[in-house]
Design a protein around this ligand. Structure first.
Ligand SMILES: Cc1ncc(COP(=O)(O)O)c(C=O)c1O
Length: 376
């Protein structure tokens, strides 16, 4: 008996690799500081919790429409000029949105161009859909547009963008997005733009969603999430904004995979859309300050490009890798000796690096950074 080649070709998520070691150290009474988790430290805002409880009290506990409750789809469509509720589909987190999308886009052997380092699930999801991830190195964490164009073949179906980026925190400039938009028309490609971190952009940058490029709107598939934006990671709510043809195709896939997204959680999400903007501005400002703190420490220890978004640093740790050590060994060492958990670069397709999340309380951030500096 054997499992499918498809599942055998997929790598396990690297972000959980150190969980057993963390548990062991904790059992030994060690204090472990985690810079490994990709979620904001904030409590889910009270109005979201209230609306969810209210939905439970009102028995919003049954099967619902596969594509999401109409109120939420309509409210989300307002962000996208010219779109209506039928251009939006709600999924179980944007991870699920992306999974379904690749199922819908890829025939066996179809290629999806992904710039690396990249979020661990992108290439694996493409493989699970029978597609082939084509990984192109970034240059100083920015898109290598020429490299991307050279990688286009008759099998290329889509180019994936992720700005602000996990794990580098890079935000792509408008000019590069325009170049990618032109490529999508010239070579007849879809652009999947993962904008899960779009509210976490710093330095007053004028961030552009790929939706802004009107000429290629029919090719743009935007995925977004409530997880990071509203500190609702456990609600599992994400969505796709795209042409109706794409949304209907994803609905067909989702209809057989999961059915609707948790009914009462969607009412919580609806309430999140009416939150006082000042809450999000405050989170952004706090994270921007923590980026400064983290960057000041980390850039003294490692080569590190200053990120302009998300909540990660992705320093190059090569100078500490003696005798064939990998960044995975380095991360394990840091955990054992400093009691600080980080994610090794291998997880994102880029060895010799580690990912540090600074979305933790400021005192913990400073303490963890000091511990790293001490053991190095
Ligand atoms: C770049 C990126 N996209 C998508 C996701 C998935 O988020 P969720 O499924 O919680 O919406 C993550 C989560 O870490 C991410 O970093």
């Amino acid at each position: 008996m054997r499992l499918s080649n498809r599942i055998e070709s997929v790598e396990e998520s690297g972000t959980v690799k150190f969980t057993p070691l963390i548990q062991k150290l904790k059992q030994e009474g060690r204090e472990i500081i985690s810079f490994a988790v990709g979620e904001p430290e904030y409590d889910t805002p009270a109005p979201v919790i209230e609306a969810t409880k209210h939905a439970l009290d009102a028995q919003k506990t049954k099967y619902g429409p596969v594509s999401g409750i109409p109120e939420l789809r309509a409210a989300l469509a307002k962000q996208f000029y010219g779109y209506d509720a039928d251009n939006i589909i709600i999924s179980n987190g944007s991870k699920h949105s992306l999974y379904s999308l690749f199922q819908v886009l890829c025939d066996p052997g179809d290629e999806v161009i992904i710039s690396k380092p990249c979020w661990t699930s992108f290439p694996q999801q493409v493989k699970l859909a029978g597609g082939v991830p084509v990984l192109i190195e970034t240059i100083n964490n920015q898109l290598d547009c020429e490299g991307i164009e050279k990688a286009i073949t008759p099998k290329t179906k889509a180019i994936l963008l992720n700005s602000p980026n996990n794990p580098t925190g890079a935000v792509y400039p408008k000019e590069d997005m325009e170049r990618i938009a032109r490529l999508s028309s010239r070579y007849d490609l879809y652009i999947v733009s993962d904008e899960a971190y779009d509210i976490f952009v710093y330095d007053g940058i004028d961030y552009k969603s790929f939706f802004a490029f009107e000429d290629v709107r029919d090719r743009a598939i935007i995925t977004k999430s409530f997880s990071k934006t509203y500190s609702m990671t456990g609600f599992r709510i994400g969505y796709i904004a795209a042409s109706k043809a794409i949304v209907n195709a994803v609905a067909k896939c989702q209809g057989h995979a999961t059915g609707n997204v948790c009914s009462f959680a969607q009412y919580g999400a609806l309430a999140a859309l009416s939150l006082d903007e000042r809450i999000l501005s405050q989170w952004r400002a706090e994270l921007e300050r923590k980026r400064e703190i983290a960057y000041a420490y980390i850039s003294k220890l490692f080569d590190c490009i200053k990120p302009q978004g998300a909540f990660y640093l992705f320093p190059n740790v090569s100078k500490y890798l003696k005798d064939g050590k990998t960044s995975e060994d380095f991360a394990a060492d840091l955990l054992e000796r400093a009691g600080v958990a980080v994610v090794p670069g291998e997880t994102f397709g880029t060895p010799n690096h580690i990912r540090i999340s600074y979305a933790v309380p400021e005192d913990i951030l400073k303490k963890g950074l000091e511990k790293i500096a001490e053991v190095l």
